[in-house]
Write a protein that binds this ligand. Structure first.
Ligand SMILES: [Zn+2]
Ligand SMILES: [Zn+2]
Length: 248
């Protein structure tokens, strides 16, 4: 399983491409406004995406969907290829949210709106859901502590957590509980800045002082959803840069 960082910036950031990554170039995790640019710049063929996860309905995580959908619609229109279905995974209301934003971004009678039901197979999840992946792996989902309902996930193989994605979140007891399973790799929201007036995200201190004592060195942490370009990491913590790849 290969993870590629396509973007590493949070909603508030200092000019970074918005947070986005993909697994094996076919599973897209979140669709920020600049998703088409990020896919292109890392040579990921958008027509090869067969699964998408949308963590929550903040603009930096799904405002790229109208661009993805319209480009895909145009691709099929011009090639005449038969439409390959894409599994799209997200919380309840996902289909409605995608149609709303497609209508807003284009127009209610734009054919890309009807295309949504042709191309997507909707999997609406909660924290009790599981989704089967190839190779006997499965996805499980974790509710984040955020200003809107938001989900992270883990990829589990033979009861071992290979990858955990902690999307926009503050530190919580449920994260501590999850980390006690010692995931191999954790991609974690580190958008907090010293002196933030509103605390919505985790910080390096949360990882070093709360997470690492639970997992020891068995778990590697990669900071994503950053507010400025990567700083030096410490111990098992590094910061994602666009184009980074992790094989797990
Ligand atoms: Zn965000
Ligand atoms: Zn958010």
């Amino acid at each position: 399983m290969r993870i590629r960082v396509l973007g590493n910036g949070g909603f508030l950031n200092d000019g970074l491409p918005y947070n986005c990554f993909c697994i094996d170039d076919t599973f897209l995790i979140d669709a920020p406004p600049d998703v088409m640019l990020s896919l292109k710049s890392r040579n990921v063929d958008f027509t090869g995406i067969n699964r998408i996860f949308i963590s929550h309905f903040h603009g930096d995580h799904y405002f790229g969907m109208p661009f993805f959908v319209l480009n895909l619609f145009s691709h099929y229109l011009h090639t005449g290829d038969s439409v390959r279905p894409i599994q799209i995974i997200g919380q309840r209301g996902l289909r409605k949210a995608l149609i709303q934003i497609q209508e807003l971004a284009t127009s209610p009678d734009n054919p890309s709106v009807a295309f949504i039901d042709r191309v997507f197979r909707f999997t609406e999840i909660d924290s009790f859901s599981e989704v089967a992946l190839d190779g006997g792996r499965r996805l499980i989902f974790h509710e984040m502590t955020h200003s809107k309902p938001c989900y992270g996930f883990s990829v589990v193989e033979k009861d071992e957590i290979r990858l955990t994605f902690l999307c926009d979140t503050k530190w919580s007891d449920s994260i501590a509980c999850l980390l006690s399973r010692r995931p191999r790799l954790v991609l974690c929201d580190l958008n907090a800045r010293p002196g933030d007036k509103i605390r919505e995200h985790m910080s390096q201190a949360d990882i070093m002082e709360k997470a690492v004592p639970i997992t020891g060195t068995a778990t590697r942490y990669v900071g994503v959803h950053l507010w400025r370009a990567a700083e030096e990491g410490r111990g098992p913590l590094t910061y994602a840069r666009v184009g980074d790849e992790y094989e797990i």
